[in-house]
Design a protein around this ligand. Structure first.
Ligand code: SF4
Length: 309
């Protein structure tokens, strides 16, 4: 979900995008390259791809009209139950609930529902309340008001309960602990992994790089050969990498942070007197001049480290 400051930053980009593609057929008929180029600055490029795919489907299969069933909307790329509900309510005046981030917060406070809304059971409960609270008339106004209330009054920090039209029925406000809802996302302990880089430098000032498998971290990028343990580093250099080792020294380790783990990397500088390109039968490992290596697809920490050599 975008924060308020991010929203302000991206609004001009959205306006440009919407001005350019004023209807479904103009977006459907655009090339994906043009769409992605106009999306620059908005991030989340999957959204642009989904928008384009969805516009194409609506143009081809629905004669440029939004489908008017929840199931058909949910079947479109990038549209989940909440967005489909919003379209049904706002575009077709049908009585469906929504549950975006703002509405989750409003309902969690209004009904004093504990637990993180990303938890399936909590989310299920919120959907039940969202459904039960649907009004009997003016659904479009109701849905718009719910979203606006969450965005402007029942904000994440310092909700303005005194001026909120719901405060006489709001359970969290009555309890005096509005800000305790919804519960924050439980913090996960991010694991730390360790690896060792073999930074081999030839007598000609070249470095040895290995192309990583396509799957896994840094898939398909070029990196230094890695080993889990340094116990047999001499043996590995000599027999697996065919290096004529002259000297081995160790640099201080440094940390690279991924979204789901941290990687502590220890570079081992291997000075060797190899001066030909023959390493092994493996074509995915080769000597490169540093200037040539910097033009390859490299993970950011490999690129930074190469520049220090
Ligand atoms: S009274 Fe306060 S906590 Fe309750 S819905 Fe209104 S702004 Fe949110």
């Amino acid at each position: 979900m975008l924060q308020q400051t991010q929203v302000k930053t991206v609004i001009p980009f959205y306006q440009t995008f919407v001005r350019h593609y004023q209807n479904i057929s103009s977006l459907a008929n655009a090339s994906i390259d043009d769409v992605l180029s106009l999306w620059t600055g908005l991030g989340y490029y999957a959204r642009a791809r989904n928008l384009h795919k969805t516009a194409t489907i609506i143009h081809n299969d629905y004669d440029d009209e939004m489908p008017n069933s929840l199931e058909a909307l949910i079947a479109l790329p990038g549209i989940g139950r909440s967005t489909a509900g919003a379209i049904m309510a706002l575009a077709h005046h049908q009585y469906f609930p929504i549950l975006d981030g703002n509405v989750k917060r409003v309902l969690a406070r209004y009904k004093a529902i504990s637990g993180w809304p990303g938890n399936k059971a909590v989310e299920q409960l919120l959907w039940q309340h969202a459904e039960q609270l649907l009004p009997n008339n003016r659904i479009a106004h109701y849905i718009q008001a719910q979203m606006d209330l969450g965005a402007t009054i029942c904000t994440r920090i310092k909700p303005e309960c005194e001026m909120c039209p719901l405060h006489s029925d709001c359970m969290a406000f009555q309890q005096g602990n509005s800000q305790d809802y919804p519960s924050p996302k439980p913090k996960k302990v991010i694991p730390i992994r360790k690896t060792n880089w073999i930074v081999a430098q030839s007598g000609l000032g070249e470095v040895l790089l290995e192309q990583r498998p396509n799957s896994g971290i840094w898939g398909g990028l070029w990196s230094f050969p890695e080993i889990d343990t340094t116990e047999n580093i001499q043996h590995i250099c000599q027999h697996q990498l065919n290096l004529n080792t002259i000297n081995i020294s160790v640099k201080p380790h440094f940390r690279h942070v991924f979204s789901h783990f941290k990687l502590d990397i220890t570079p081992h500088i291997i000075q060797c007197n190899n001066n030909d390109n023959h390493i092994s039968e493996n074509k995915n490992i080769s000597w490169y001049k540093i200037s040539d290596a910097l033009r390859l697809g490299l993970p950011a920490p490999v690129k930074s480290f190469l520049k220090t050599l």
